[in-house]
Design a protein around this ligand. Structure first.
Ligand code: FE
Length: 160
């Protein structure tokens, strides 16, 4: 009887595993998610970082440490370290926040409709930990025509 139970369990586990594999293959890519409780985020982020990354706040324009930052390297998520933007795509949008015309690749940043504050905008979040990064607008330079408008507080920098 025990043996039968074990075999049944293995078959079920196999079915679940196969299902996941198929789902992963059909998406082409699966990212290991970083999931933390609100309390854990409060512990590992500064209050300013928490306000932007987890409470969807916005730093004051022209105050962020990366607004005029021009070093070569990679901008990563300040909450989980996920690589987000290359310095090659950073440009001065004049808006007061760091701006990029593209993400490192399409799997790194997620977008979501945001109707807060009486505006219709597209929010951008880190695909790995779901933290708020900023918003994306369609007034960027070529070749994408996009402006990823990102809070400095949501970013860390890794020099080349
Ligand atoms: Fe992240």
């Amino acid at each position: 009887m025990k043996k039968l139970l074990l075999v049944t369990t293995l078959i079920f586990a196999g079915l679940i595993f196969t299902g996941q594999t198929k789902q992963e293959l059909s998406k082409g890519f699966v990212m290991d998610k970083v999931v933390k409780s609100d309390k854990e985020w409060q512990t590992c982020l500064t209050p300013e970082e928490y306000q932007v990354l987890r409470a969807k706040g916005t730093e004051r324009a022209f105050t962020g440490k990366f607004y005029k930052h021009k070093e070569e390297g990679t901008y990563v998520c300040a909450a989980c370290g996920n690589g987000l933007f290359s310095s090659d795509t950073k440009y001065d949008s004049g808006s007061g926040w760091p701006a990029f015309f593209d993400a490192l690749d399409e799997t790194k940043v997620n977008t979501k409709r945001d109707i807060s504050y009486g505006m219709v905008r597209i929010e951008i979040t880190c695909a790995k930990c779901d933290s708020h990064l900023g918003h994306i607008f369609e007034d960027g330079p070529k070749p994408t025509g996009l402006r990823y408008c990102v809070n400095s507080l949501a970013l860390d920098f890794k020099a080349k």
